[in-house]
Write a protein that binds this ligand. Structure first.
Ligand code: VGL
Ligand code: ZN
Length: 207
């Protein structure tokens, strides 16, 4: 049983969004070809879904600017621009994404006191979203993932998949993903490889 996990392909991370990832829109046609391939028994999309004033927003920390480090609940936290606020256009999935082929949307990031890069659990590795249990109950044995951003939510989701779904083959689709920082992307890919994530192309995923 094969699943496709599309990470945070939302307006906020694409052109014109509040936290745009360079060339973020370019993942959409790749994601659509994967969705439409019929290769997957289950297609899940994650959605960053923050309440207004979320603790990861620089605007919630007087004197802090976006992309500086700050603190959240006593731990170092990247200060992000306000993004993907629940119910706003910024939080919607990209309008060109073939949502009819998506079986389930996994929201995350609702707790203001902790960020949640991974679609599986928060950054404290405490609160689970329920996605791991769902994939297990569906009998998923292979998980391919891609989306935005490689160096944050895609990486954290891939590493959690390896850890939380023992026995499941996890593959990162490189051309279906884009990152925020080029050095961060290279480090993320190296870390994923080291931790047992296969790095593949969409062509390989579709083969
Ligand atoms: C993300 C930063 C903050 C992501 C989400 O989707 O990679 N990055 N929130
Ligand atoms: Zn976020």
């Amino acid at each position: 049983m094969k699943a496709l996990l599309l990470i945070d392909i939302q307006n906020g991370f694409c052109h014109g969004g509040h936290l745009p990832v360079p060339d973020g829109d370019d993942v959409v046609p790749v994601a659509n070809s994967l969705i439409d391939s019929g290769n997957y028994d289950l297609v899940v999309a994650s959605q960053d879904w923050h309440p207004a004033g979320h603790g990861s927003f620089a605007s919630a920390h007087p004197g802090k600017k976006p992309f500086e480090m700050g603190m959240l609940s006593g731990k170092p936290q990247m200060m992000w621009p306000d993004h993907c606020v629940q119910g706003t256009h910024d939080a919607e999935l990209h309008p060109a994404l073939h949502v009819d082929g998506i079986d389930f949307i996994q929201q995350k990031g609702q707790n203001s006191a902790v960020d949640s890069y991974s679609a599986f659990r928060d950054n404290d590795q405490a609160a689970l979203t329920g996605l791991a249990a769902q994939l297990r109950s569906e009998g998923i044995t292979e998980l391919d993932l891609c989306g935005l951003a490689t160096d944050y939510c895609v990486k954290f989701s891939a590493l959690d998949a390896v850890e939380m779904l023992p026995g499941v083959t996890v593959r990162f689709i490189e051309d279906g993903s884009r990152g925020i920082d080029p050095a961060g992307v290279q480090a993320a890919i190296a870390e994923m490889r080291t931790r047992g994530v296969a790095v593949i192309t969409s062509e390989q995923a579709l083969a």
